[in-house]
Design a binder for this molecule. Sequence first.
Ligand code: KIV
Ligand code: ZN
Length: 514
Amino acid sequence: MRKIYIFDTTLRDGEQSPGVNLNTKEKVEIALQLEKLGVDRIEAGFPAASPGDLAAVNAVATAIKNATIIGLSRSREQDIDAVREALKGAQDPCIHLFLATSPIHRKHKLRMEKEQVLETAERAIRYAKKYFDKVEFSPEDAGRTELDFLCEVTDMAIRAGATVVNIPDTVGYLNPQEFGNIFKTLKQNVPNIETIQLSAHCHDDLGMATANALSAILNGADQVEGTINGIGERAGNTAIEEIALALATRADYFGATTTLNLKEIAKTSRLVSKLTGMVVPGNKAIVGANAFAHESGIHQDGMLKEKTTYEIISPDTIGLRESSLVLGKHSGRHAFREKLIDMGYELDEEAVNVAFAKFKNLADRKKNVTDEDIRAFLEEKLVDTPEVFTLETIQVSYGNQSTPSASVIIRQADGSVSEGTAEGNGSVDAIYNAIDKVTAEAVELEDYSIKSVSQGKDALGEVHVVLNQNEVSAQGRGLSTDILEASARAYIDALNRLIEKRKSPGRRDKMSLI
Ligand code: KIV
Ligand code: ZN
């Protein structure tokens, strides 16, 4: 079987998703999980974008031992120097240079002729090569670049020392046949093409990112770039979990494989969704909540008789283990511990005690505590933010004929406790106005979303908010069986993150790739 290298860009292209802004701790947390998943390469960010981005890439480079760490760079010396600085501690560093090559980009964005593009890219690759053994070059918007020019660019990149040439369909314009043909053409026409790796980087604007990447594999690509859950610029990137499962399920057809630990997929997907605040649609392939749900009677009947009638992938393959043990308020510590083991968690004694206390608290409010509930509260606080504000109590008054009002009591880091009361257009608005009175932080609510963690009227609700203060955004999450309490917790979590962010070196809010 041919090995396909997986280049994960969740922390770079994925982080370019609108509304997503990961802090350094969150990036490291995701990178550690990607390492467990077994991705070969991790693109940790764009160091030249800001000192904060550089610091985040550096933190990932220091934490990860079993994957190549990559920093993105425009084709200019200052950017390359920023990547050198960021990757100082990396065990296996690589630089990813890019320069646009398509006629549209050459004319309107770069204002360069073909010759200038070739010269600029060659200079950058040769400069980078002085400091890095591994250099990847991407002709940005390769998908709309003339094929003969793309061959010329690839030839130049090989001669200048690139070790990987990545072909991005930057705007998700191509169909599988056209994208596959690029790889075929490069393989047939570029001298010494066998000395480098060819890589595919697809965007999903027309819903073809995964199909295009698979077509590239069939036509000789050695590496696929993508993100977990397919997040990324605009409609997103190729979803890594889709590539991995397509190759694993249809090995007979593709004759290629990844070395990913597939059992880590569900966990990685949940972590990325939680930390980015990007909810995975229910019908999303592989990791959506309905991906293994069978609704119609005919399908259920078939499943009961023989699973393979309607199931091509077992949920167990991606680490979704549903145990039959249902827990409730009468369940003891022993049953709870058994459940954790069954679900694949390895917690020490102290962590089990904390988790058990949370479970008992939840079981008082909810009849059956499901696996999703347990996962939600176990994975609620993977990344700790210092709590400047903590919610002590919340009281809401609502009637459809009266103005909603809310009172909150909040403890501050110095131990002092303050109360705030306010009215609002709705209950959540009243709560947020009351919190604003206590904290005196001038913030704008940029985004608010709510989802149910499990089924039933008493399900846990998870609220996600994005707050903005002076062009700096921070997200927050809150979990509770009561959506108003979850809303308050999410808002306070975001406030604490904003305050933490003010203290850390400036991170740009969005990358400008020009
Ligand atoms: O989509 C794209 O062209 C990119 C490049 C930076 C590789 O993300
Ligand atoms: Zn991209």
